[in-house]
Ligand binder design. Structure first.
Ligand code: ZN
Length: 108
């Protein structure tokens, strides 16, 4: 089944979490794609930060969550191939981070 979103409308959603520059999804690597959700690996043109972007399409429209990663494209692809990470786990981490009350230092 084809995902209900295209690279075109994703361009407006995702920005680099560090420098806020828009991502070019033409360079995105699709790591995982299901009916209404997908996970991409993106690298920022401007600051070279790599991000895992999780996108899902629901009743309220498209939602995207970005997570900074130090994984290179190939490493991320291997992880997803081995199913070490799934889109659901990305979302779980996001939920955890949303409820996390400490500072970034506490996570390290
Ligand atoms: Zn950037």
């Amino acid at each position: 089944m084809k995902a209900p979103f295209s690279m075109d409308n994703l361009e407006h959603l995702a920005r680099c979490p560090l420098c806020n520059k828009k991502y070019h999804f033409s360079q995105a690597l699709v790591l995982d794609q299901e009916d209404n959700k997908a996970t991409f690996h993106l690298s920022c043109d401007s600051c070279r930060t790599s991000t895992l972007v999780f996108v899902s399409a629901g009743n309220l429209g498209l939602m995207s969550v970005g997570m900074v990663t130090d994984l290179e494209k190939e490493e991320a692809a291997n992880l997803f191939k081995n199913e070490a990470i799934s889109a659901d786990q990305v979302l779980e981490v996001h939920e955890y981070m949303k409820n996390f009350k400490g500072s970034a230092k506490d996570l390290i």
